[in-house]
Design a protein around this ligand. Sequence first.
Ligand code: NDP
Length: 331
Amino acid sequence: MFKALLITKPASGYRCAVTELEEAELPSSGDVTVAVEHSTINYKDGLAITGRSPVVRSFPMVPGIDFAGTVLESQHPRWAVGDKVLLNGFGVGETHWGGLAQLARVKGDWLVALPKVFSARDAMAIGTAGYTAMLCVQALQTHWASAGVAPGSGEVLVTGANGGVGSVAITLLAQLGHTVVASTGRPEEAAYLKGLGATEVMERGPLGEPGKPLQKERWIGVIDSVGSHTLANACASTRYGGAVAACGLAQGMDLPASVAPFILRGVTLYGIDSVMAPMARREAAWSQLAAQLSHKKLAAFTREIGLADAIDSASDILAGKVRGRLVVNVN
Ligand code: NDP
């Protein structure tokens, strides 16, 4: 038997509870069984656990788009018993049972080797939010390298700054020598954001409201996890030749923008997807995360909770009440 969060959809309602399951109930479509040590709560897990958006595609479902742990059984040529692994996305926790459980059975093709410098807990302090922040950073780095833009030559905006993607993005950019401006609806968290490396904390204000199609040029790059008016305004205030990496929709899925920044200032908008990203891109992201993030850096934005706490935390993350990253100790 093992413990898991289980989402069920009775005739009326939607339910998520800690449940005892038998190993034989794990999905037969997987070829690697993992003893999960830690998982995490991302924004998408919040949507799945509360049922706020139709993230979960089949029931019953074990949520959790991320996990890290040790291989217990493997029919996959790449993985052997005892290997330390992590998983982000690939529909796990949406269409295939996920990581908010003590055991997971998944396809070996979806697993990434846990970088040696990280424990399972470290990897989940990063989780999909942090791995996505790195995908955004790498898109901007590639863009800047081709445009000859050096770190420190201009300001980089990070929106949704107190969130998981935002907190890790600030940490990574500051460490690379960039001047980071953090946009937040929680200016009372300015000391936390400056501690991560932001040089300026900007209250969300007009950035989150309808704005002009072209605004004063300010950013050499933007990492946006918010979407909607925030993304439109971020594009409108990006400097000539700059780039915006868009990965989220915390404010909304809409993009009420004009083409002006793209056709008059040569601004580039990069779409960032972590869920189906090819393995080479995942491994490159995890390798740079391992090189850049120390235990001390991770501790600055991480809080640990238990499996049962994950249910309340799901509502909190959707309400924008979670600061940084939540690691779930499933044992
Ligand atoms: P969090 O909830 O941790 O962070 C979101 C942050 O957005 C909040 O902390 C808050 O920051 C800000 N925010 C919340 N509501 C609003 C609002 N109404 N208007 C403006 N800002 C708001 O989530 P994550 O960091 O885990 O994820 C962020 C987004 O990125 C989500 O939409 C998620 O789905 C998406 N995502 C996409 C991925 C991909 O593959 N493309 C992968 C991972 C995440 P503050 O309090 O500082 O204002």
